[in-house]
Design a protein around this ligand. Structure first.
Ligand SMILES: *[C@@H]1O[C@H](CO)[C@@H](O)[C@H](O)[C@H]1NC(C)=O
Ligand SMILES: *[C@@H]1O[C@H](CO)[C@@H](O)[C@H](O)[C@H]1NC(C)=O
Ligand SMILES: [Zn+2]
Length: 602
């Protein structure tokens, strides 16, 4: 174990040669020259100076300007991290064989064939028969990964969640948590016939493995298990302890699975016990932007609130109606929400801003005006605003930075000739990492305060009386509450620079090494740019915050480019995964485990 080498590597950062768009560069040079000429004329017309001083001044001015531009380092990259352990090569050779390909197909296909569907209305474990499929899944894992099960200890948490410990020989090293989920979103029965291959067939067509869970997240769980089985077959014994946590209802609430796993791990390992946590990423873990390949580990997670808006007003016979019924009032309130979307502002503190820095620094074909806007936005508020104006025309970009709202449920009325006494709607919010639950509730409350008064409604928001016309004297009532008690504040952002970024650095180096070895590229070269990623969804890690010091990385190394012109079908029909992408995920986990084991900086 060579501590000093690793320590040096951790401090050194490679200087990337980032491509500067020639047009942007040309413009900058041209502008500097024009400025200089204007300066010369101005200075000379005063007749105070001789020729030489303004020329020298101009030369220096020009040089410093160009120099400054040429030296800009947007999104500098961490070093490639190649495991020193020679087992990496041994295992890598195995993964590269034709024989192993079929073994990998069998591993994943077998997991897909067990329909571990999770439902929002799951009843208690032991009562609801829909949980039984998870037992079959556990049996399958036991049979498919014999060495994992004879080497690692396994504890079942709340019956169906799996907690494995691969105990290292050096207990002074901080353990690392690797997570995945066993469940899949149900196949909508009406769409089952639309699948090219039956959704639970695990059919392999020579290129792709088809079926529910192929992407989300059986591939994550099985690639991790496969990597460990391979490492064990090669005789690997870790010095560091690795813990695996597999929830059983990530696609529902996580209440039966990750919530219980989180509690159990907190009890066993204690707060901040793990050096870092790696959980599922997105289908675009690796994808191309502006002619460059990027890998984007998710370093944050948005908050969540299902706001329930309840309106009540007097019922009665529909033949003598008031001008606004309960449903009419509720509708007007909802219109108010849609008329006042959350303001979104570009901020240098947003994760997406970090992604943009990487696009500007490394995107080969990024339009020069966008690149310029990104470059200037770091030092000018005006430019930052302009950058927002350009990007927020696209709702996807709005969702990456701002708080969103979507009215997703509505209910009211029981009979066509009776005035409805009650009606409610649910507004789904995804809360910006720069905002908070309280801020969102305050803003929603302010948005409807005026209308509540106008309609003569008493207004209670999350137990707080907002407008007290005196509950008895008001015409009706408006109540805000948490619809399903599943609100979530935004996750802490994982550091990507500075001394706390060691886990991100380790992951970055691992991604580079995996990418290179899988393609037979020169190991130490930079072929993929690692950029901080802002996922739009949530993961089981929402229950794991206390287990590490803000070090959560959502990344599986799933390569979206391997899909070519076929979509991944995640959460919809025809979910599939190219075998090439799956093999690369297995390589990723072997590399990650070896690098993590060797590292003394995390
Ligand atoms: C509000 O409604 C109550 C009950 O119907 C009524 O007595 C009161 O006058 C109304 N207030 C206003 C300002 O319309
Ligand atoms: C949410 O919690 C509140 C307060 O504990 C409770 O009154 C309410 O019934 C809960 N709602 C749901 C849908 O569980
Ligand atoms: Zn998932």
């Amino acid at each position: 174990m060579s501590l000093s080498v690793w320590a040096d590597k951790a401090v050194l950062r490679s200087t990337p040669t980032y491509p500067v768009s020639p047009l942007a560069y040309g413009k900058k040079v041209f502008r500097s020259i024009v400025l200089c000429i204007v300066l010369l004329i101005a200075v000379l017309s005063t007749n105070v100076f001789t020729w030489s001083s303004p020329i020298n001044y101009c030369k220096a001015f020009l040089l410093s300007n160009l120099n400054k531009y040429g030296n800009e380092q947007l999104c500098s990259q961490y070093n490639v991290l190649v495991p020193k352990n020679l087992l990496w090569n041994t295992v890598g050779e195995v993964v590269g064989t034709e024989e192993f390909k079929y073994r990998a197909v069998d591993w994943l296909a077998g997991a897909i064939r067990i329909p571990t569907e999770s439902y929002d209305d799951f009843g208690p474990i032991g009562e609801d028969p829909r949980w039984e499929t998870f037992e079959h899944f556990h049996d399958y894992l036991l049979e498919a990964f014999p060495l994992v099960h004879s080497t690692l200890s396994l504890t079942k948490i709340n019956t169906h969640s799996l907690l494995y410990e691969w105990t290292g020989t050096d207990s002074s090293l901080q353990p690392v948590l690797l997570a995945a989920h066993q469940d899949v979103v149900p196949v909508e029965p009406r769409t089952a016939a639309d699948w090219t291959y039956p959704p639970y067939s695990g059919y392999f067509d020579g290129t792709r493995i088809w079926g529910r869970g192929a992407g989300d997240d059986k591939s994550g769980l099985i690639s991790l298990m496969s990597a460990i089985e391979l490492l064990l077959e090669a005789g690997f014994e870790p010095e560091r302890t690795f813990v695996l946590a597999f929830g059983c209802d990530e696609e529902a609430s996580g209440h039966f699975g990750a919530l219980q796993l989180g509690k159990a791990m907190l009890e066993i390992y204690g707060p901040n016990a793990f050096a870092f946590i790696v959980d599922e990423g997105a289908s675009g873990d690796i994808s191309e932007h502006y002619g460059t390949v990027f890998a984007a580990p998710g370093v944050a997670e948005k908050g969540y609130l299902d706001l329930r808006v309840d309106v009540a007003s007097p019922g009665g016979h529909s033949s003598i109606p008031p001008s606004h019924t309960t449903i009419g009032i509720l509708s007007r309130l909802l219109v108010e929400f849609e008329n006042s979307p959350f303001p979104v502002e570009m901020s240098t503190d947003s994760v997406f801003y970090g992604t943009l820095q990487c696009y500007a620094g490394h995107g080969k074909t990024i339009p020069s005006d966008l690149r310029e806007a990104i470059v200037h936005s770091g030092s000018s508020e005006k430019a930052l605003k302009k950058l927002g104006d350009i990007l927020f025309k696209n709702p996807t970009n709005v969702a990456l930075v701002g708080t969103t709202q979507a009215i997703d449920l509505i209910q009211g009325g029981v009979k066509s000739n009776a005035l409805p006494e009650q009606a409610y709607a649910v507004v789904n919010h995804r809360i910006s990492t720069l905002s908070s639950l309280a801020e969102v509730i305050d803003r929603d409350t302010d948005t409807l305060k005026g209308l509540a008064n106008k309609f003569n409604l008493s207004f209670i928001s999350f137990g707080k009386t907002i407008s007290d016309t005196g509950a008895s004297s008001a015409y009706g009532s408006l109540i805000f509450s948490d619809a399903f008690n599943n609100s979530l504040v935004p996750a802490p952002t994982t550091p990507t620079s500075g001394s706390k970024a060691r886990p991100y650095e380790l992951l970055s180096g691992t991604i580079q090494a995996t990418y290179n070895v899988h393609r037979g590229l020169e190991l130490e070269s930079h072929n993929v740019v690692v950029a901080p990623g802002m996922p739009t969804g949530n993961t089981d890690t929402r229950y794991y915050w206390d287990l590490s010091d803000g070090q959560i990385l959502r990344y599986n190394h799933r390569n979206s480019m391997a899909f070519k012109d076929v979509t991944s079908g995640v959460h919809t029909v025809d979910e599939n995964l190219p075998i090439e992408a799956f093999l690369e995920m297995i390589r990723f986990f072997t590399t990650l485990i070896l690098n993590t084991d060797e590292s003394r900086s995390v």
